[in-house]
Design a protein. Structure first.
Ligand code: SF4
Lengths: 587, 75
C-alpha cells in the first residue's frame, strides 16, 4: 500500500460470508501485483482438489504504484485454471485497479461457494453479499445495468463492475470475466472459477482519497512519464491503428494463423486489416482509467433487431488483433462486420475469444474429416461461414450437447476425446495466440508460466532475429530473461504495451518519488522471487515441462521463420528446463 | 536508380506520402531506402520486393517496388 510498509489483503469466504483483513509486512518483498498474487495463490491452493472445487482460491491484486502513474492500469487475477489444470493468471484494465486502490485494498482472496448466486459489493468500509438470483442467466450488459440501478449512490465514476456471462455460469473452461464495458480477464477460465463459486459479479467502489506526499517530486515524476507516453513514438502505434496493424505484416511474413493453421497467410488479409477495420467501422478510441494513450478501438455496426418493421440497433464492440485473428482469419471470415458480430456474441456470452476461435477451428476441420458429425455440431460448420459460427458459440456457452460440453473444456480435451490431436492448436493446453512466428512464439508459450504469449513475448524475439538459424541455448535464455523481467513489470501491473516506457531507471525514479528507495538489484531479486513462486505453484499442481507435446501441425505449416523443426523445438524446451531447475528455491 | 517505396497509411505519422518514387545511389540497401523516406529504422518491420521478403541489408535494383510493413506490436 502506498506510503505503508504493508500489503492489505481482504479475505472473503463466500460460504460463510465471513471477511477478514490482514495488513501483511511479509508480502512487501513481492512488491505487488503478480508478486503478491502468486504468493497468496501458493498459500491458499489445494493441489489435491480439482480447479473448480469451492475450496480453491481466486486472488486479485493491484500493483505497487497502481493508478498514481500513467498506464499502471491493470489488475491481475490468479487462480487454478480449469483449462490447463495449473497456474491461472490473467490481466484486465478498465477501472478496477483504480477502484481497489481508492478502496484501500491491495489484494483480495476469495474462497468457498455461496449458497445461491451472489454478487459482492465492496468499498473501503463495507463488504456486502448481495442476492444475484435475478442476475443469473443475464448477460454482461444487463448485469452492469442492474448493479448500477441497485446502487444508486453517486460514485463519480469511481466504481468498477466485473461480471461473468452464461459461459461462466456453465463453467466453460475458457469463460472470461468482463471488466466494466470493454476489458476482460480473458484467458484461462477465470469466469468458470467465479461461476463455480456462484459469484456472478463484483462491484468495487473507490470511496477514499490518498493524499500525495511531497507533491512536487511526485508531479515531476508523473509528468516525465506522461510526456514519454504522449509525446514520444513509444505508444503512438497503439493509439493509431492499434494492434490490428499486425494483420498485414504477419500475413506478408507468413506468420498469420489461418484456417486452423492450415495456412500461414490469409488471401483476404487486406479485407480484415487494421486499415480496413478503421475505414469501415472505427468510431472512437477509449482508454483504461489512468492511461493517456487510449488503445481500445471501438467498432460499430448496425443490426436489425426485429424480423419486420425495419428496426435497427447500433452495436459498439472493442476489437484488437487477437480477436480479428481468432474469430476472423483462423475461421476464414473475411468481412470485418461479420467478425465484429462474432466478437460481440462471444463477449456477451462471456468467453475468451482466442480459445473460442481455436476450438471452433478444430471442430470445423474435425467435421470435414469425419471425426465428428453434424449430429455433434448441430450446424454445418464451414470455414468462412460466419452464421454457423454465430450459432455454434451459443451452443458452446450453453453446453448444448455432449460434443459442445467437451469443446467447452478446450481443444486439448475435445481432441483427446474425439481425435484430431495433430491439428488441435493448443500449447500445453492453452489455445494458441495469433502468432506463428517461429520457435520464440511456439516454445515461448510452452515454457511460459501461464502458457500465454504475453509471459515472454516470444513473437517479438522471433521478429528480432536476423535470420532463421536459431541457437537453442540462446533462444531458451532469451525467453527466460524476458519471462523473469516481466514478473517484475507485472508486479507493477502495468499495461505491457508500455513496457518500453517503464525501463528500469524510470521504475526506480517512480518509486523514489513516493519515498520508496529501491535498487536495480532489488528489482532483479524481486523478479526472480516472483518467478520462483510461480514455478513452485506449477510444480505443486503437477506440471512437468518435459511432458509438453506440440501438435504436429506446428511443424507442417511454415512459420514466419520457415518450417519449424520438431527436434529443435524440443531441444529449446530441454535447455529451458535445465536453466530453471535451480530457480524454484529463489527467495 | 529509381525505386518505388510503399509503406501504408500506418506510416503517415513519419512520412508525407504512403507511396513514393525515390532516386537512390547504386548499391543502396533496403535500410538506406527506409532512411531516405524518413522512416525511423525501428519502425520498419518486414520488407518485401515483388511480394518476396528481403533482409534489410538487401541491395536494391533499378525499378524495384519495395514494400515496408510496420513492426509487429503487442504486449
Ligand atoms: S494502452 Fe490500451 S490497454 Fe493499455 S492501459 Fe492504455 S487503454 Fe488500457
Amino acid at each position: 500500500m502506498l506510503y505503508q510498509n504493508t500489503i492489505r489483503v481482504l479475505y472473503i469466504d463466500m460460504k460463510t460470508q465471513k471477511i477478514r483483513i490482514e495488513d501483511r509486512e511479509d508480502l512487501k518483498k513481492y512488491m505487488g501485483g503478480v508478486g503478491v498474487a502468486s504468493k497468496l495463490l501458493e498459500e491458499n491452493i489445494h493441489p489435491e482438489l480439482p480447479p473448480l472445487d469451492p475450496a480453491q482460491p481466486v486472488v486479485f491484486a493491484i500493483g505497487a504504484l497502481s493508478t498514481i502513474y500513467p498506464v499502471l492500469t491493470k489488475t491481475v487475477a490468479m487462480f487454478i485454471s480449469p483449462l490447463t489444470g495449473e497456474l491461472g493468471e490473467s490481466y484486465a484494465g478498465g477501472r478496477m485497479a483504480m477502484c481497489m486502490f481508492l478502496a484501500g485494498i491491495d489484494a483480495i482472496v476469495i474462497h468457498g461457494k455461496a449458497d445461491r448466486p451472489t454478487y459482492l459489493a465492496i468499498s473501503s468500509n463495507d463488504i456486502q453479499f448481495k442476492d444475484a438470483r435475478t442476475l443469473w442467466n443475464n448477460n454482461k450488459d444487463s448485469v452492469g445495468r442492474l448493479i448500477r440501478d441497485d446502487n444508486k449512490r453517486a460514485h463519480g465514476g469511481k466504481r468498477s463492475i466485473i461480471r461473468i456471462g452464461t459461459a461462466g455460469e456453465n463453467q466453460v473452461s475458457f469463460a472470461c470475466v468482463t471488466v466494466d464495458r470493454y476489458r476482460h480477464f480473458g484467458r484461462l477460465g477465470l469466469g468458470a472459477v467465479l461461476g463455480s463459486k456462484y459469484l456472478k459479479a463484483i462491484s468495487i467502489v473507490g470511496d477514499r482519497s490518498v493524499p500525495i506526499q511531497n507533491f512536487k517530486r511526485y508531479f515531476k515524476a508523473y509528468q516525465d512519464l506522461y510526456k514519454k507516453c504522449v509525446t514520444t513514438e513509444l505508444m503512438a502505434k497503439y493509439h493509431d491503428i492499434g494492434t490490428p496493424v499486425n494483420i498485414e505484416p504477419l500475413n506478408a511474413a507468413g506468420g498469420l494463423p489461418t484456417l486452423n493453421l492450415r495456412q500461414n497467410r490469409f488471401e483476404h488479409a487486406n479485407k480484415v486489416s487494421g486499415e480496413a477495420f478503421s475505414y469501415l467501422h472505427l468510431v472512437r478510441k477509449v482508454a483504461c482509467t489512468g492511461c493517456p494513450v487510449g488503445c481500445i478501438h471501438i467498432g460499430q455496426f448496425k443490426r436489425e433487431f426485429a424480423s419486420h418493421g425495419h428496426e435497427y440497433e447500433t452495436i459498439s464492440v472493442a476489437y484488437d488483433y487477437e480477436l480479428i485473428y481468432a474469430l476472423g482469419t483462423f475461421l476464414g471470415i473475411k468481412k470485418p462486420r461479420e467478425i465484429l458480430e462474432l466478437i460481440e456474441e462471444v463477449e456477451i456470452l462471456g468467453m475468451d475469444a482466442m480459445s473460442t476461435g481455436v476450438v471452433l477451428g478444430w471442430a470445423t476441420e474435425a467435421l470435414e474429416n469425419g471425426i465428428i458429425t453434424q449430429d455433434d455440431t448441430i450446424v454445418p460448420l464451414k470455414f468462412g461461414s460466419y452464421e454457423e459460427y454465430l450459432e455454434a458459440v451459443k451452443y458452446l456457452a450453453a453446453g448444448k450437447n455432449k460434443f459442445y460440453k467437451s469443446l467447452g473444456q478446450g481443444v486439448k480435451y475435445a481432441s483427446e476425446a474425439y481425435g484430431g490431436q495433430d491439428y488441435a492448436m493448443h500449447i500445453a493446453g492453452n489455445e494458441m495466440a495469433g502468432y506463428h512466428t517461429g520457435y520464440g512464439s511456439l516454445v515461448g508459450s510452452a515454457v511460459a508460466a501461464r502458457h500465454s504469449h504475453l509471459c515472454n513475448g516470444g513473437y517479438a524475439i522471433d521478429q528480432g532475429l536476423t535470420d532463421n538459424n536459431v541457437d537453442p541455448d540462446e533462444m531458451a535464455q532469451a525467453l527466460l530473461n524476458e519471462e523473469i523481467e516481466r514478473c517484475m513489470l507485472n508486479s507493477l501491473v502495468m499495461c505491457l504495451f508500455a513496457r518500453k516506457v517503464y525501463d528500469r531507471e524510470t521504475i526506480i525514479s517512480a518509486f523514489a518519488a513516493v519515498g520508496e528507495d529501491i535498487t536495480d538489484d532489488e528489482l532483479t531479486a524481486t523478479a526472480r522471487r516472483i518467478y520462483a513462486t510461480k514455478l513452485r505453484v506449477k510444480k505443486a499442481l503437477g506440471f512437468k515441462l518435459q511432458s509438453v507435446r506440440f501438435p504436429k501441425r506446428f511443424f507442417e505449416t511454415p512459420s514466419m521463420r520457415g518450417v519449424l523443426d520438431e527436434n529443435m523445438a524440443y531441444e529449446i524446451l530441454k535447455k529451458y528446463h535445465e536453466k530453471i531447475s535451480d530457480l524454484e528455491t529463489a527467495e | 536508380m529509381n525505386v518505388t517505396i510503399e509503406t501504408g497509411r500506418w506510416a503517415l505519422r513519419y512520412v508525407e506520402k504512403d507511396i513514393v518514387c525515390v532516386n537512390m545511389p547504386e548499391s543502396s540497401t533496403v535500410m538506406d531506402a527506409v532512411a531516405a523516406i524518413g522512416l525511423p529504422s525501428d519502425e520498419a518491420g518486414i520488407t518485401t520486393i515483388g511480394g518476396k521478403a528481403v533482409p534489410k541489408d538487401h541491395c536494391l535494383s533499378d525499378g524495384d517496388f519495395l514494400k515496408i510493413y510496420p513492426v509487429i506490436i503487442g504486449g
